[in-house]
Design a protein around this ligand. Structure first.
Ligand code: AMP
Length: 452
């Protein structure tokens, strides 16, 4: 099926062609025709399925045909509620991209930043508003906008808005939107509370469910490393010697773990940052922008912070800590291998995580090939050798006391990292000394079989 078979108008077809989309994703194939008919939709779909275009395209198409659009003062006709600033920004970008051939104005408002620019944008008038619930209510209460002309309402990632305690605000907002409207609710999961909300807000909705993400797991190359907790960081540093790991999203279980780990990476000259709930919106957004712009090579995230984040061209996902639930493993992997790009997912499993691994393997119904790491094998085989190595390192590093810690670690992994800019550059680009490249060849794939 092609996009033109979905009765999409030419200016949008042109825009999505520029985006490089050739075939509509399953959710787009199902939702677009229904939404173009003006029906309400209840869809279970998560980030990575193409859900944003599934609701944005029909809304843009409807607005294109609206006379309101031609009035000198634009009125908010479409409202999209999203749980986080990051997601709101992404939706805004999508609307702007898909409507680039027309004069539709899309703006975004969210909390955690000054409201000044948002006020200016609202005063100028707009057609599509993307908003997080708290800031939106705030601005409405200040009399800075009205929702009385909204005809299209989208609740995106509704389950996450529930998790984050926004449902009360969402209900207040919906009361301010006219009853005569088309409503769309998108949610990764549909717990009881969301079904209740859907019953209250949607009129005879068409229920859409996209193929579960498990279906795409076998398209991603997965590898497994058995490694002790204390050696996980060292293993990752060693893997990063390989320039193939261009853009790496690392999942850790705790915020504290994420911070500690970023510090360690920085000490090796690897450009890294973390996103998690304890960081301000500004810092999270900055880290994300830097990562997308390839100014950061590694982004460390907790599951909550990473949900809803859409990053194209992500080469690797690393499960530094295995997730507590097997479904989360699948969601994490869905971050890579998007839009036909080849993705790889590496998982680190320590002794105490074996039960989590068993659950994952059962869930995805396939074996994950195990990679043996020669350095660690040697270490466990002979503590003696390890001690001797450390001793010889100590004798080499006495000259530079300030950086001795870094040098010691570096030596153990076969390459030297100095804390100066030139060397940092080398490491980031993967232009490592040949001794370092050698170490990546020391992995041996033990099993490559898939048992379905
Ligand atoms: P979403 O699930 O809306 O967050 O979209 C995930 C990613 O898929 C985004 O980067 C979109 O640009 C991309 N995308 C959406 N629809 C398509 C399509 N039909 N073909 C290729 N990529 C798409």
């Amino acid at each position: 099926m092609s996009f033109s078979q979905l009765n999409i108008i030419t200016p949008i077809l042109k825009a999505i062609e520029q985006e490089g989309y050739t075939i509509p994703s399953p959710i787009q194939q199902q939702a677009i025709p229904i939404l173009l008919e003006g029906k309400d939709v209840l869809a279970s779909a998560q980030t990575g399925t193409g859900k944003t275009a599934a609701f944005a395209i029909p809304i843009i198409q409807a607005l294109y045909h609206q006379e309101q659009r031609l009035l000198s003062k634009r009125l908010i006709q479409a409202l999209i509620l999203a749980p986080t600033r990051e997601l709101a920004e992404q939706i805004k970008e999508s609307f702007r991209n898909y409507s680039r051939e027309m004069s539709i104005k899309t703006e975004v408002i969210y909390g955690g930043v000054s409201q000044k620019n948002q006020e200016v944008a609202l005063k100028k008038g707009l057609d599509v508003l993307i908003a997080t619930p708290g800031r939106l209510l705030d601005l409405i209460n200040q009399g800075l906008l009205t929702l009385s002309h909204v005809k299209y309402l989208v609740l995106d990632e509704a389950d996450r808005m529930l998790d984050m305690g926004f449902i009360h605000d969402v209900k207040k907002i919906v009361k301010l939107v006219p009853d005569e409207r088309q409503t769309m609710l998108f949610s990764a999961t549909l717990p009881k509370e969301i079904m209740k909300l859907a019953n209250e807000l949607l009129k005879h909705p068409v229920r859409i469910e996209v193929t579960p993400p498990e279906a795409m797991v076998d398209k991603i190359k997965q590898l497994l490393y058995y490694v002790s907790k204390k050696d996980k960081t060292h293993l990752l540093i060693d893997l990063l010697v390989n320039p193939k790991l261009e853009s790496v999203l690392v999942f850790t279980r705790t915020k504290h773990g994420a911070n500690k780990f970023v510090k360690e990476l920085l000490s090796y000259g690897v450009k890294a940052d973390a996103i998690h709930g304890n960081k301000s919106q500004n810092r999270r957004q900055q880290a994300l922008t830097d990562f997308k712009g390839k100014r950061l090579r590694v982004l460390v995230a907790t599951d909550i912070a990473a949900r809803g984040i859409d990053i194209d061209e992500l080469s690797h996902v690393i499960n530094y800590d295995l997730p507590e639930t097997p479904e989360t493993y699948v969601h994490r992997m869905g971050r890579t291998g998007r839009a036909g790009l080849s993705g790889e997912a590496y998982s680190f499993c320590s002794q105490d995580e074996k039960s989590l691994l068993v659950a994952i393997i059962k869930h995805i119904n396939m074996d994950i090939p195990v990679v043996e790491h020669k350095l660690f094998q040697e270490k466990t085989k002979s503590n003696q050798v390890e001690k001797q190595n450390v001793k010889s390192v100590e004798s080499k590093t006495v000259v530079d006391k300030k950086n001795s810690n870094t040098k010691t670690k570096a030596f153990r992994y076969g390459f030297e990292v100095k804390k100066n800019d030139g060397n940092k550059k080398n490491h980031q680009r993967g232009n490592t000394p040949s001794s370092a490249r050698l170490s990546t060849n020391q992995y041996r794939i033990k099993s490559n079989s898939k048992s379905k």
